[in-house]
Design a protein around this ligand. Sequence first.
Ligand code: SF4
Length: 442
Amino acid sequence: MHTNLHKKDKRVRNNINVITLGCSKNLVDSERLLSQLNGNGIEATHEAEGDSRTVVINTCGFIDKAKEESVNTILDFVHRKGKGEVEKVVVTGCLSQRYKDDLKTEIPEVDAWFGTQDLPDLVDYLGADYKKELVGERLTTTDSHYAYLKIAEGCNRPCSFCAIPLMRGKHNSRSIEMLKDEARFLVSKGVKEIMLIAQDLTYYGLDLYGKRRLDDLLQNLAEVDGLEWIRMHYAYPSGFPVEVLPIIRNNPKVCNYLDMPLQHISSNVLKHMRRGINKERTIDLVKRIRDEVPGIALRTTMLVGHPGETEQDHEELLRFIEDTRFDRLGVFTYSHEENTHAGDKFEDEVSPEDKERRFEEVMEAQMDISFELNREKIGKTYRTIIDKEEDGYFVGRTEYDSPEVDNEVLIKTPELLIPGNFYDIKINDATEYDLMGSPVGA
Ligand code: SF4
């Protein structure tokens, strides 16, 4: 059974309400839990309003801001439990995986704690039987025409600042057959677009098949009838599998889009970060990707304020961003995480003021670039998928825009555009982060 879980009205006390914090990988875990509960005939909702018998909070434990949000969410529901609005508070996900023992003492009002790999126990605790036959099935919580496909769990990389391997374990690829089945399942429920996600997408297959097989996976997924767009997120630059580039270029189902967090460009900082790559090889890789896939949209993520980063390194990063002109760029400030290499070996030497200033300077540099690149799209026509109707506009995305993180195309037209359908949209205006357009022939 597959239902798309949208908001429930608040008059009825929800049975089990699942709250997801953090990244799309966590969202997939929540969707798997929802599928198991519904598969047992247990009524469950995702982020529904109103009171609930049981709330399951799927937490994030990545960096300070995310941890704070997770703890505040737990405390909010513990408070509501005190007021009788919630009967049970259950916590799972990365924060629980990482700090369960401390949190049990600090927040005794929580009824139960589970880690990131404890789905069968969590399902059992919620009064259901874990059903192996439902593995690969999900109750998606996204708009019904797109979904995330998590191709692996965990990570084997030694990045100095990152606590994810502590919470998600070693890299564990899922088989091509399983992923193809899951893609078929999602398509049978109306999905036309999937985002491939993992901690490290490009490591895919090395553990399971002894070699990188992201190219084979792409080819196999592209064979799934009804699947229109396949998009890649979280590629790792070092050891990047260049064999995927001709597939992106030639296969119309694989979006001309690549998300590849670089974190920095200064060889000094990349060394401190243990990224296994330096400035020259990074620049060569970006050039090769653009040469082999003309017009590809490149998204990246940068990290500022890492121990060892000097003002000169920061200037180098700003120059690189200005020269490279990424289509999309996100930035984080360094968070001093215990039990990480940087957390144990380095001082958190960059001041909060400098971190904030460097963050702002990167955002500003990118905002100008994003505006210029968007202006260049005016007059051009793009195949666009419609996500929703909002404030008198139809809201869509081109193949260069991933949900939640990239541009939206705002379309004002008397025509009725159907969410999940594709239309050719001519762009007639643009801002830093949005495009405006109208249907061709309208
Ligand atoms: S690739 Fe690096 S930053 Fe990404 S999850 Fe793995 S260790 Fe963390």
